[in-house]
Design a protein around this ligand. Structure first.
Ligand code: CP
Length: 311
């Protein structure tokens, strides 16, 4: 089931079939001991990853670095455009053309929605979208699915409640479509101004799912199998006053978890800025740090497939 992976761009979760995603997740399971440093691998020795981060990142950038390095490959790039010729006015197209000639695969995070698709147009090497504005974050989706499967054994049939900034949250855009593809039940909780955009709702409905829409977390949390919490994306609000109206609207703390299912799992793509109280970290529900680690084996599997080391 490796057909189509070698040299593939990863721009949107829509680029993948369910079977392809399942193949990535299956290979990722085998990568866990290498991701933990318990086993060694030279699978990607001699390969170079170009890592271009025009926006801040901790998990995505460092887990791609860890994935490539643990498989024997090397990483070059920048983690802030101020340190690159972007600061002198170089276009994305020209930067991509350059890094294309220095590396075998390019991981790109950029504030503009559509930047990864544009980069794929100018690159001969595969482009992996590490988040494009309020667009998509497909590799985050794969690690999210991996985490749900690990905890729940399957994705299908779980009631996944997604709360927070569903308008600007790119992780939600990719994940909700993938969850629909995998047959999960979806509940979207947000204030009306931050609800899931129609484009994604349409795609979800075209996959045969009928999501529930709510503004109240209290109303739906008792039925949740998975609670996926997201940060309000302050940096994407054109008007700071609009951000202030919704900041701090949803907060998960111990009283909020009083009547939840015993095996509710709480996820968050992180960083969190107050949406989940630190007292929740010690509960059995908290899975967000495991989730962040899972980015390493999942990105290893994906890099192995794209660069041709894995079948
Ligand atoms: N989940 C995620 O994208 O985190 P970073 O912004 O730290 O990469």
């Amino acid at each position: 089931m490796s057909a189509g992976f070698k040299g593939m761009d990863v721009v949107s979760i829509r680029d993948f079939s369910r079977e392809q995603i399942e193949h990535v997740l299956k290979l990722a399971e085998k990568m866990v001991p290498i991701a933990k440093g318990e086993e060694r691998s030279v699978l990607l020795e001699g390969h170079v990853l170009g890592s271009l981060f025009y926006e801040p990142s901790t998990r995505t950038r460092l887990s791609f670095d860890a994935a490539m390095t643990r498989l024997g490959g090397r990483v070059l790039g920048f983690d802030q455009p101020a340190g690159a010729s972007v600061a002198k006015g170089e276009t994305l197209a020209d930067t991509i053309r350059m890094v294309d000639s220095y590396s075998d695969v390019i991981v790109l995070r950029h504030p503009q929605e559509g930047a990864a698709r544009l980069a794929a147009h100018f690159a001969s090497r595969p482009i992996i979208n590490a988040g494009d504005g309020a667009g998509q974050h497909p590799t985050q989706t794969m690690l999210d699915l991996f985490t749900i499967r690990k905890e729940k054994k399957k994705v299908e049939g779980n009631n996944v409640v997604i709360v927070g900034d569903l308008k600007y949250g790119r992780t939600v855009h990719s994940l909700s479509e993938a969850l629909a593809m995998f047959g999960a039940d979806l509940t979207f909780v947000a204030p009306p101004s931050l609800q899931i955009p129609k484009e994604h709702l349409k795609q979800i409905e075209s996959l045969g799912r009928k999501p529930r829409i709510s503004g109240s977390l209290e109303e739906v949390i008792k039925d949740a199998d998975v609670l996926y919490v997201t940060r309000i994306q302050k940096e994407r609000f054109p008007d700071p006053a609009e951000y202030q109206k919704v900041a701090g609207m949803y907060r998960i703390d111990l009283p909020m978890l009083k009547d939840v299912k015993r095996d509710l799992m709480i996820m968050h793509p992180l960083p969190r800025v107050g949406e989940i109280s630190s007292e929740v970290d010690a509960t059995e529900h908290a899975k967000y740090f495991d989730q962040a680690f899972n980015g390493v084996p999942v990105r290893m599997a994906l890099l192995g497939l794209i660069l041709g080391g894995l079948k």
